[in-house]
Structures are given as C-alpha cells and as structure tokens.
Write a protein that binds this ligand. Structure first.
Ligand SMILES: C[S@@+](CC[C@H](N)C(=O)[O-])C[C@H]1O[C@@H](n2cnc3c(N)ncnc32)[C@H](O)[C@@H]1O
Length: 447
C-alpha cells in the first residue's frame, strides 16, 4: 500500500508506517536538517523539503508521478503540536476581542494545506497524530467569515459525509512502549471496510496489550526492564559521563551546584523536596514543594517552600538561586529536577530530555539525566534499523537527535496501530471482512 508522509521530520514515526506495510513514496518536511536525516534513512522516498503551504502542488505532482496511475492509500500527517491549546475557544475569543493579532498560532493553520493535499491526492484515509489538546483547539473557518471552529470539525466538514472518523487519545505505554506518552490519533476514511469497522465494532484500533496492573494483558514495560543493565554513568566528571564502547551512551556534565542537588535526590523524588544533609541535624520534616491553583485557575508554585532547614538553618540541597549573596529557592515545579521511577514507563521524552531542570528528566537512581542511547531505547527507535546520519554527510548533532526524539511518536506503538489498519485493508483486497468484535468486549470489561 502506498502512503505519503507530511511533517515527516527525521522519519521516526515513519518507521512505524513502513513496518506496518506502507510504502512511503513521498514525504514533506520544512527543515533541511531534519529532512537530511529522513533522506538518509529512506533513500527511495522522494523528500520535498520546504513549507507545505508553498510545496502543496509539488507534493501532489511528485505523488502522481510516483504512483504512475495506481491509487494512493494513506496520508500520514503529524503537524507541529506546540501551538495546540488547552485554553480552547473561550480564551481564543477573548484574545481575538482584545484585538491580539497573534491569538491564532499559525502552526495550527497547517491543517488547511493538509486537507487540501489529502482531498486532491485521492487517498482514502488520512491518519493524523497530535497532542490530545488538538481535540480542543480552534481556528478560524474561512468559509464561515472566520468563525472559530474546532480543527477536528473543520476536517470533518471539509471532507463531507462520505467520510467516517475514528478519533482516540492513545496511551503508548498501553501498546508496549516503555514510555508514558499520550497522543491523539485521528483517522478520517472513505474506505468501505474501515467505515464498516467503525460502524459495527466501534473501533479500527487494535486491542491494547499492556496496562499499569496487567489487568488486560501484560504489565506496562518499565524503565528497569529496558535500561537497568546499561553501564552506569555519573555526570560529575568527564571520565564517568560517557561509556565509549556504546555509541550515544553519554550525558552532559552537571555543574557543581546542580550535581549537589541531584546527588542528594532520593529515588522517585524531586530535588525541590530534598531534606537536611547537615550530619548534626538530618531533619527529614522540612516542608516539601507544592503548587496550587490561584483564583484564575492558574497553577502557581508555593513561595513558602524553605531553602534553609527549619531546624538547623543550614542550606538544603534544593535548586537555589544566589542573588546579592542571598539564597532563594529557584522558580520551578516539583516535576523539575525529578527522578523517573524504575518501576514505571519513562515519563514523556521531550526535546529537553538532556536537561536536569526539565520535567521528570533525572535517571531513576544515578546522578545524571538519561543518555541519548537510553532515550533511543525507551522511544523504541533501537528496535529498528535507523541510522543517525544525514544524506549530505554532515554530522547529526545531539540537539537534532533530541529534537527528533522529542517531537516524534514511539514507532513501535504506532506500528501496532497501523499494522492493524493495514491488516483490515488487506483483508478488503481478499474480499473478506476481518474482525472479531474484541473492542466491544474490551469496552465492557473496562466498564
Ligand atoms: C511533530 S513533528 C513531526 C514528527 C515526525 N512525524 C516524526 O515522527 O519524527 C512536526 C514537523 O513538522 C515540521 N513543520 C512545521 N511547519 C511546517 C511547514 N510549514 N511545512 C512543512 N513542515 C513543517 C516541523 O519542522 C516538524 O519536523
């Protein structure tokens, strides 16, 4: 089956697409650096580099060329998520009323060329991946005087009644990925068999295979399952911060202050909750850091969290700022400088995965963040043949690796979902309807 991939970046999500039986004939990505990694790993795919607004016609032309008369099955589109909002229509309306020009993030409008390409390509199915917030993100509808409309509703109204949709928030840990990562997967299809499955069985996604307690299959894969046997590292000194025999098993050094906070952080905890380390005191009851919602519902961190031990007044190993010789607690939530848990899936790996100060980024017990090698394993990239190389021969920087991981979908989870779709579509070719109504059963069990 033939697919094209929009917003393809370095092609990490495309590993799932490719390994579930789709031949990605054309891809589009704005940024040259990312496209170069894609080109190296998918030499047979035609990569169109540039802004989708300007490249829409080229994408369509190359696709028709490559298809040579055969039909296109799927468009896989993963537009940027940074503009998607939890605030929804009310906040946007307020901002528009106040005349704020930037109220609508231009990245949210990228759905418009996506729909145009999809309709013109003739593909029967559009599969999109984004953050769950997309479900509640509004943009102006140019067909209705700029009236605000949910992105999802705009897609539905642009495609019309011929299409059915199936939209779910997927927890990738439930598909055997050792990482908690929730994404909205939306499928819009005019394919008869997929429409039949949506109508009759209420789902076109496979049954989840994993859960926190193993209730519906296996237990979630944990950080311990995946990286407990990797050689230890320590971010205190250059010679212990890397393990030369394993590529990418290296971590950035922590400066003395950060190392002091991190090395005093117990398992499962944040450095913001560290207790007294004065041997003569060792008080364990200093108030921990907290946050609460203010009158506007905005989460605010406590300003009362102590930086000095309430008993002996010695400095606590908590993230501090020193101003004019005075210490104060650094601004930040308790999820900053926090250790991941050995016995849970990794927390969501973001582009900041190498920054101790970012949310839940510390190794479960060692004094460091995760190495890129560990991140590749926890993101399931290591299960595939994927090279951190660029087609132009330039070096792939660590920053680029972090961005490609942080903005992508764990391919093994996506492969499970797309393989199921692929099986359903292939059954169509054999004129058979493939389905056991497992979804209903699963829903009943959950109830
Ligand atoms: C969420 S990431 C896609 C991740 C990718 N599917 C993967 O699995 O690795 C979104 C991508 O869209 C690209 N992008 C943003 N604006 C774009 C535009 N105007 N035209 C084409 N691509 C764009 C970004 O550079 C980014 O690589």
């Amino acid at each position: 089956m033939k697919a094209i991939s929009l917003f393809a970046s370095g092609g990490i999500g495309d590993l799932g697409l490719k390994h579930s039986g789709f031949d990605v004939i054309v891809a589009n990505e704005l940024l040259e650096d990312r496209a170069e990694v894609f080109k190296y790993n998918y030499p047979k795919t035609h990569m169109v580099v540039g802004d989708i607004w300007e490249k829409a016609s080229e994408i369509l032309e190359v696709t028709q060329d490559r298809l040579g008369g055969s039909p296109l099955d799927i468009i896989f589109a993963t537009p940027p998520c940074q503009g998607m909002s939890k605030n929804g229509r009310g906040k946007l309306l307020n901002l528009c009323r106040q005349g704020l020009k930037n109220a609508v993030d231009p990245r949210n409008l990228l759905i418009i060329p996506t729909i145009e390409i999809f309709i013109k390509s003739g593909a029967h199915t559009l599969v999109m991946e984004n953050v769950p917030e997309m479900e509640n993100t509004f943009i102006p509808d140019s067909h209705r005087n700029g009236e605000l409309i949910r992105i999802i509703d705009l897609i539905k109204s642009s495609l019309g009644n011929e299409f059915s949709s199936f939209i779910r928030v997927v927890e990738f840990a439930n598909y055997g990925v050792p990482q908690n990562r929730q994404r909205l997967i939306s499928v819009f299809t005019k394919n008869k068999i997929l429409k039949h499955h949506i109508k009759e069985y209420g789902s076109i996604f496979p049954q989840e295979t994993h859960s926190k307690n193993g209730y519906l299959g296996e237990k979630w894969l944990t950080v311990r399952d995946i990286i407990s046997s990797t050689p230890p590292l320590d971010a205190g000194k250059p010679e212990t911060a890397q393990y030369k025999e394993i590529p990418y098993h290296r971590v950035p050094l922590l400066d003395d202050e950060k190392y002091f906070w991190v090395s005093n952080t117990p398992e499962e905890k944040s450095a913001f909750d560290n207790q007294c380390i004065n041997p003569a005191c060792g008080f364990k009851g200093n108030p921990t850091h907290s946050s609460s919602k203010d009158e506007n519902g905005i989460n605010k961190v406590s300003v009362k969290t102590p930086i000095f031990c309430v008993k002996c007044h010695s400095i606590l190993p908590r993230p501090w700022v020193k101003e004019n010789g005075e210490y104060r607690l650094m601004k930040g939530y308790t999820s900053a400088y926090k250790r991941m848990s050995w016995d849970s899936p990794a927390s969501t790996l973001t582009c900041n995965l190498s920054y101790a100060c970012s949310d839940n980024k510390l190794h479960p017990s060692q004094n460091r963040v995760l190495s890129l090698y560990e991140a590749m394993k926890l993101h399931t990239i290591s299960s595939y043949k994927f090279e951190w190389q660029r087609a132009d021969g330039k070096k792939v920087s660590d920053k680029l690796i972090r961005e490609l991981i942080g903005e992508s979908i764990p391919p093994a989870g996506l492969e499970k979902i797309l393989s199921h779709l692929s099986r359903l579509l292939n059954e169509k070719n054999k004129n058979k309807i493939f389905a056991i109504p497992i979804y209903r059963k699963q829903q009943e069990l959950c109830l």
